[in-house]
Design a binder for this molecule. Structure first.
Ligand code: XIL
Length: 329
């Protein structure tokens, strides 16, 4: 008998998975058995919810919400303000010129009000702002239209708008390369300054797109400690463990090597031991998918290259990684 992952981790944190309309069908048994939280992989992004100004398309997001409600799962909302997957109309007037700051903030406010109020009481946490910090050395914020047009307080505004609509929802800043020391320090200072200004921010989301070697266990621990020291909650929001190094661009593998799966299982054991030891701060651990038959890593950072990043294989059978995670509980 296969234990339920979410039951096994009940006293530590929620166990989540990102889903899409396809996996909601093809992985529903697995999702129901092992997970007590879901996140929309794409269906709650700006371009999906409001592709055209004022005309909202909620059907796919609603279906996911209904699935969660029917099976007693929580929903993490992803994401309100991001430089990607946001339609051009948000930043442009009809004549193609850039909108001004007031117009952009009004668009942001209307979007946040509509979306957050619709899912109030169901979405327990929102990734309010996603990936606003730069990966470039010496640069705090990533250049984007949000930043260029609205200025750096677009971040604070997004949190304020969301909090006004749903004061009970937990509001997160979410980012990747969150355990790389230089970026970690920038995320830390951004969140610290938001807290100092009294902005309603409740947590840091660590995306955790990791691989067999990176980040190091020490860097992960250090990142968790730094963020936790801000007195905010931590959610692991997009966990996957690629069997390739980031620099490895091989495309010829049709199945993973045994050694890769062994190393992956060892990594998963270490990660969950760490998460567990910080469960006072970490209240939710979400994978960016559920089983190896579908992962965004099949198209990132190399197109059409299969990857096997999860605890369950392509036929939804538990891998050694799964048993190690159970073992670590
Ligand atoms: C990815 C989805 O998984 C893909 O399907 C989509 O094509 C691009 O976006 N960081 C995030 C997620 O915050 O929203 C991204 O999701 C993965 C990286």
């Amino acid at each position: 008998d296969i234990p339920n992952l979410h039951e096994v981790y009940k006293k530590h944190f929620r166990i989540g998975a990102a889903v899409n309309p396809f996996t909601l069908n093809t992985q529903s048994e697995l999702l129901k058995h092992h997970f007590n939280s879901i996140t929309a992989e794409n269906e709650m992004k700006f371009e999906n919810l409001q592709p055209v100004e004022g005309s909202y398309t909620f059907a796919n997001a609603d279906r996911l919400i209904d699935f969660a409600s029917a099976h007693g799962m929580g929903v993490r909302g992803h994401t309100l303000v991001w430089h990607n997957q946001t339609p051009a109309w948000v930043f442009e007037n009809k004549d193609g010129s850039a909108v001004d700051r007031e117009t952009l903030l009004a668009t942001m406010k209307a979007h946040i009000e509509t979306v957050v109020s619709r899912y109030k009481g169901i979405v327990y946490a929102w990734d309010v702002v996603n990936e606003a910090v730069s990966d470039k050395s010496g640069e705090l914020l990533r250049p984007s239209k949000w930043l260029d047009i609205a200025g750096e307080d677009f971040i604070a505004k997004a949190f304020e708008y969301a909090h006004e609509v749903d004061p009970k929802a937990l509001l997160f800043y979410n980012d990747y390369n969150e355990s790389v020391p230089e970026k970690r320090d920038k995320i830390y200072s951004l969140v610290r300054s938001l807290k100092e200004k009294g902005v309603p921010i409740h947590g840091v989301g660590l995306q955790a797109h990791w691989n067999l070697k990176h980040p190091s266990i020490d860097d992960i621990r250090e990142a968790i400690e730094r963020y936790a020291s801000l007195g905010v909650k931590l959610h692991i929001t997009e966990l996957d463990v690629s069997v390739f190094e980031f620099e490895d661009r091989r495309t010829d593998l049709t199945e993973p090597h045994e050694a890769m799966l062994d190393q992956q299982a060892e990594r998963y054991r270490q990660f969950f031991e760490i998460f567990k030891s910080y469960s006072e701060h970490i209240e939710s651990v979400t994978f960016w998918g559920a089983a190896d038959d579908y992962t965004w890593l099949d198209h990132f950072p190399v197109r059409n290259r299969k990857n096997w990043p999860f605890l369950f294989d392509e036929k939804h059978r538990p891998k050694q990684s799964f048993w190690n995670v159970i073992d670590a509980a």
